[in-house]
Every structure is written in structure tokens, then in C-alpha cells.
Design a protein around this ligand. Structure first.
Ligand code: ADP
Ligand code: MG
Ligand code: ZN
Length: 614
């Protein structure tokens, strides 16, 4: 029964969204909801939360109600669903009275599979009466952390959700989704929505497609221009700490010929809206903004987020940087650090907290200073940047991610088979009676008095690693312990012992590789490996232009027509028939019918042209 449901979900995923497999977490969430069990999904942005309730809405009888606080996000999703052949609509303050009435009428006739609703609209009389006369199998609560007073974005209107559900003739299954929720906030969400033993899926904070980098350039403007040159034709955001810096950077970019827009709270509402739309619809590729920009934008194809100044804390940084790569594509998050940034933030903290009583204000400021200190450490650390961020949020990441500037510059992988053999044979020759320190001393030929007294300098392994640093020898021993090639016995005086696996290393049957920090202080900065460009770049450019025309004609953002990944997949597969076009990631039945006729001829013409070239 359940597997039958999952099979249908798979089919819908393929038919409507053009994807062939669920991502981690999605299957569990969908299966639970299908079985009528409430869920709480905590997954990072872009992981595929929305897709869960979108697929489910296609399988359930009736209209799925989606509660979301972000108006432009609703609009995007409804447009994208329309393109995929899924009838959907939204109800929020952007509708006129007449549009509102029409939407409700169509909804009452069962015209939509999904209805997105702003929370404050839920308990309005006409919406409630509509809901009481329609089958509502599922209520999906997006940005569910907004219901928690512990979260950063508490919205009192979210408290209406429960009131709304209580007023329905049949209790729907409830799915709550958020990208950020501490354990406390999770508990809060479950309590406030009265979820019934929810199936909780937490996939961690890590956004694997994001590359993190810190630079300390002598000239930030030059560094920024270089980043823009490295990312031609890509969309990105440049965050600045103050309005004045936004203006300066904006001016400089415009005079350098970059199509930039600007956004900060000092601009008139109308201009801010225009800037946001210019950016969203790819008319301007770079947005220069203060942190006022971002609340409510959901542009999925942001390829880089540059911080021209260090933000006030890692919460802000991860949230802002995290606006890159919502589509799951490789994206860069680069922070341009300068000592002045600390001074600016310090100033903002000292000036902040007005209106609070002096005691509270001091307490708040002291917390803010502590967070600023940890943010500043991020800019100075030589450890893995991703690891630093994830640890800050309470996760236990590995020491090496391989996808941040520190990992690329400071770590290397090397063969440790020979040093490992030396260490293991030293442990054996010393009779498995000593701890790490003594073994390292023997290997490095130390004149340590106790060592000499015990006659350990007469061992054949004495001094055979004289040229390795003590740190490196220890790292390798720790690695061997971790991997089970050594074990440690005894609590007060732990001594190293061999294990059955040690033999394989000693006999050379197993070779070992380890990642560790480079030893040489002169770390040459390797240029960061660019995300691989598309296959057939000339075709890619043609397809992008075609996409822009099609999007323009319909007045929707380009990524609503196809995300970049789909265009890249077309360039890789070069589909020339309708069946082949359906194989492209992101091409479902509706998109084949709508766009196959536009894209296939371009791809065919390109392939013909290629064949003629000998
Ligand atoms: P979230 O709501 O968690 O931010 P979305 O549901 O909006 O994430 O998905 C982010 C992007 O990933 C969208 O472009 C979506 O179409 C795509 N996506 C989601 N699930 C899958 C999947 N199983 N396979 C391929 N792409 C997917
Ligand atoms: Mg979402
Ligand atoms: Zn790293």
C-alpha cells in the first residue's frame, strides 16, 4: 500500500517535475504524509522541502493549502507550478478584491491542486467558509519556524494556523517545513501546531553546493571586479554593511560597465521594488545591497554572494550567503574582510539597543560583541570554513570539506603508508608499553632523559622519523587510532597497542592516505577550482537566449522556464527527439509540450552544424 503510494509519487516527480529520483529525506517525508502522519522537515534551503508537498498535492484528493509568509516566494512557486502543468494559485495582500474573489471561486470549484495562503488570511470569514466546504487533505506550513517565539522571525499571524485547522470539518494531515530550527524551535513548532507524533526529518545545515572563501584583499573593489570577471553572465548579490557603502560600490560597478541594481532601506519603496524585480528577472545581474535585501526574495539562480564587508555575526552571514545556490547548483560565498569591518560593526553595536533599559541593553550588547568576535575568528581561521560554520551551529563536521578556500589552500592528501609502518613497528619493538608521547620521541630521536634511561635509543626504530614534526607524527598516530590500526589501552597512562588490522599495514597489504594541513608555511594560494562550465558552451549560450525570450514573452523569471541545470543537461545529452528531451533533468510532460518545439530545433541545428565540421 505504502510502496504503491511511493511509486505514484515517483511517477509524479518524473511526469511533472522531470526528476528521476528523490533526494535524501524527501522519501521519508512523502511516505509519512501519504500514510496520514504529520511531519516536521528541517532541511537546508534548496534541499527540496517544497517539492515534498507539491508532489503530495498531486496524489491527494482535494486542495492542498500551503501557508507561507513570503509574497514573492508564493508568486514564484505558483508560476513554476503552472509551467510544470500543476494548477495552483495564491491568496495574499497583493491581490485586488476582484482577483481574490475570482481565485476563491475557482478554488471552490476544485480548480487548484495547491492554494498558497498568507497566514493572516486563513481565518478571514470567506476563506474559512470556502475551507469548510472543500476537501483539504493537507496543510503544509512553510517557514514553520515563524510560529516559534524563540526563532528569529516570529510572526504572530502564524498562531492563526491552529485556529484555522480546528475550524475544519476534518483534520488534515499537517506538514511543517523549515530550514532553520534548533531543537527548542522544533519542539515549539510541534507544540504550537499540535503535530501528532510527527515524523521528523533533520538533514543538517550543510549546503554542499556552496563554496566558502575568505579573502583579505588590500583593495576590495579590485577584488570584487575580479570576482565579477570570474563569473561572467552569472547573477549575484554583493552585501555591504552600510547604505553609504552600497552607494559607493553601486557607482563603481556601474562605471565599470556592470549591470548592477541597488537596494537599501534609504531608497523609496518604488525604487526598491524596481531594483528587486530587475534582479529577479535578470535585467540586472548584480544586486548591491544592505541586509535589508533578502527578506522575501527567492531567486533560485543566484550563483555568488559576495560580502563586501564582514556582517555582524555568523547567523547573518550564513543566512545571507545561503541565498546563493537555492537551485542546488554550485555557487560561491566569498567574504572580503578588512580590519575596518570590525570597527564598523563595533560602532553599530555600541549605538544599538536604544529604548532598552540600561541593564538589558548591556546584556544584549555583550552577547552581540561575543557573536562579533566569533564572526571575526571566521575571517582569520586557517581551519575548514565550512567546519567552522557547522560547529557554530552545533554540528560535528569533519576537519576537511575540500570545498572551501582554507581546505584548498591549507590541506593536502598524502600517502602515509611508510610513516604508518614506522609507527606501528616502533610500537611493537617498544613492547606495546608506551603512550603516544614516548613513541613519538623514539621515532624522532629525542634525547628525553627517561627515554635514554630506559635504553629506548637502542631500538632499531630510534630516530627513523627524525625529519618529521612532532605534530605530524601525532596526527598520523591519531589517524591510525581512529581507523582502528592502533588502539589505546589504560585510562591514567594510556599505552598504544597493535590491532589485528595493524598487520596489513606492516606487511604492505594496505596502503593508507590521509588529509592533513600542509606543513610548508609558504602555502601557495591555488586558484579556486571553478565550477565546471557546461558542455557545448556555444549551445548553452543559444539556449539561454532562447529561454530569456520565452520568459520575457510570458512575463516570468527565466528560471521559472528552466533552471540552469536543465539547460546544462540539454547541452550534455543533446536530445534530438521528444523522448530524449523528456530524459533531461527538469523536463516533465508539460514542459515538453510547452517548450520542446522551441528547444529541439535549436539543439538539432547545433548538432547538424557540429557534424559538418570535420
Ligand atoms: P526548498 O523548499 O527546501 O528550498 P525546493 O523544494 O524549492 O527546496 O527545491 C530546490 C530546487 O531543487 C528546485 O529547483 C527543485 O525543483 C529542485 N529539486 C527538488 N527535489 C529534487 C529532486 N528530487 N531531484 C532534482 N531536483 C530537485
Ligand atoms: Mg521551499
Ligand atoms: Zn573546508
Amino acid at each position: 500500500m505504502q510502496t504503491e503510494g511511493l511509486r505514484k509519487a515517483q511517477a509524479a516527480l518524473k511526469q511533472y517535475f522531470g526528476y528521476s529520483a528523490f533526494r535524501p529525506g524527501q522519501e521519508t517525508l512523502i511516505a509519512s504524509l501519504l500514510a496520514g502522519r504529520d511531519v516536521l522537515g528541517v532541511m537546508p534551503t534548496g534541499a527540496g522541502k517544497s517539492l515534498c508537498f507539491q508532489v503530495l498535492a498531486l496524489l491527494l484528493q482535494g486542495t492542498t493549502v500551503v501557508v507561507s509568509p513570503l509574497i514573492s516566494l508564493m508568486k514564484d512557486q505558483v508560476q513554476a507550478l503552472g509551467q510544470a502543468g500543476v494548477p495552483a494559485a495564491f491568496i495574499n495582500s497583493s491581490l485586488t478584491a476582484a482577483q481574490y474573489r475570482r481565485t476563491l471561486e475557482r478554488a471552490a470549484q476544485g480548480g487548484y491542486r495547491l492554494l498558497y495562503v498568507a497566514p493572516e488570511r486563513l481565518t478571514a470569514g470567506d476563506f474559512l467558509s470556502f475551507s469548510q466546504h472543500t476537501a483539504i487533505p493537507l496543510v503544509a506550513v512553510d517557514e514553520a519556524h515563524c510560529i516559534s517565539q524563540w526563532g528569529q522571525d516570529f510572526r504572530p499571524s502564524y498562531l492563526k494556523i491552529r485556529e484555522y485547522i480546528d475550524a475544519l470539518p476534518r483534520r488534515p494531515v499537517i506538514g511543517a517545513f523549515t530550514a532553520t530550527a534548533t531543537a527548542q524551535v522544533q519542539a515549539d513548532i510541534a507544540a504550537a501546531l499540535r503535530l501528532d507524533e510527527p515524523q521528523t526529518v533533520v538533514t543538517g545545515f550543510d549546503r554542499k553546493n556552496l563554496y566558502f572563501e575568505v579573502r583579505r584583499p588590500p583593495d576590495k573593489m579590485r577584488a570584487l571586479l575580479q570576482i565579477l570577471r570570474d563569473n561572467p553572465d552569472k547573477s549575484g548579490v554583493v552585501y555591504c554593511a552600510t547604505r553609504r557603502t552600497v552607494e559607493e560600490v553601486y557607482e563603481a560597478l556601474c562605471s565599470a560597465g556592470v549591470e548592477a541594481a541597488r537596494y537599501h532601506a534609504g531608497l523609496p519603496e518604488q525604487e526598491r521594488r524596481r531594483s528587486q524585480d530587475d534582479f529577479l528577472y535578470d535585467r540586472r545581474r548584480v544586486m548591491v545591497a544592505t541586509n535589508a535585501f533578502g527578506m522575501g526574495i527567492d531567486k533560485s539562480n543566484v550563483s555568488f554572494v559576495v560580502h563586501y564587508n564582514m556582517p555582524k555575526d555568523l547567523e547573518s552571514y550564513y543566512q545571507e550567503a545561503g541565498r546563493a545556490g537555492r537551485d542546488g547548483e554550485p555557487a560561491q560565498c566569498i567574504l572580503l574582510y578588512g580590519g575596518q569591518d570590525v570597527v564598523t560593526q563595533q560602532f553599530l553595536i555600541d549605538r544599538g539597543g536604544e529604548g532598552l533599559d540600561p541593564g538589558t541593553r548591556r546584556a544584549v550588547q555583550s552577547k552581540e560583541r561575543e557573536r562579533l568576535r566569533l564572526m571575526t575568528f571566521y575571517c582569520h581561521t586557517t581551519d575548514c570554513l565550512r567546519g567552522y560554520i557547522l560547529r557554530y551551529f552545533g554540528e560535528k563536521p569533519p576537519h576537511y570539506c575540500g570545498h572551501c578556500s582554507n581546505c584548498l589552500q591549507n590541506f593536502e592528501e598524502f600517502d602515509i603508508t611508510v610513516p604508518a609502518q614506522k609507527i606501528l613497528s616502533c610500537v611493537r619493538r617498544a613492547g606495546e608499553r608506551y603512550g603516544m608521547k614516548m613513541i613519538a620521541d623514539i621515532l624522532r630521536g629525542s634525547q628525553n632523559e627517561r627515554l635514554l634511561r630506559l635504553g629506548l635509543d637502542r631500538l632499531s626504530t630510534y630516530g627513523i622519523m627524525a625529519d618529521a614534526s612532532e605534530k605530524r607524527v601525532r596526527e598520523i598516530m591519531e589517524y591510525l587510532l581512529m581507523q582502528g590500526f592502533l588502539r589505546s589501552e589504560g585510562e591514567d597512562y594510556p599505552v598504544l597497542k597493535l590491532t589485528p588490522a595493524s598487520r596489513d599495514v606492516l606487511t604492505g597489504r594496505t596502503t593508507l592516505r590521509m588529509k592533513a594541513a600542509r606543513e610548508d608555511a609558504a602555502r601557495q594560494a591555488k586558484p579556486r577550482s571553478q565550477a565546471d562550465g557546461p558542455e557545448n558552451p556555444a549551445l548553452f549560450a543559444q539556449l539561454k537566449a532562447l529561454r530569456a525570450r520565452l520568459a520575457d514573452r510570458q512575463g516570468v523569471p527565466a528560471f521559472v522556464v528552466f533552471i540552469d541545470a536543465s539547460l546544462r543537461d540539454m547541452c550534455l545529452r543533446l536530445p534530438q527527439s521528444e523522448e530524449a528531451f523528456l530524459e533531461v533533468s527538469g523536463v516533465g510532460q508539460a514542459k515538453l509540450e510547452r517548450y520542446g518545439g522551441d528547444f529541439l530545433p535549436v539543439i538539432r541545428a547545433y548538432c547538424d552544424g557540429q557534424e559538418r565540421i570535420p
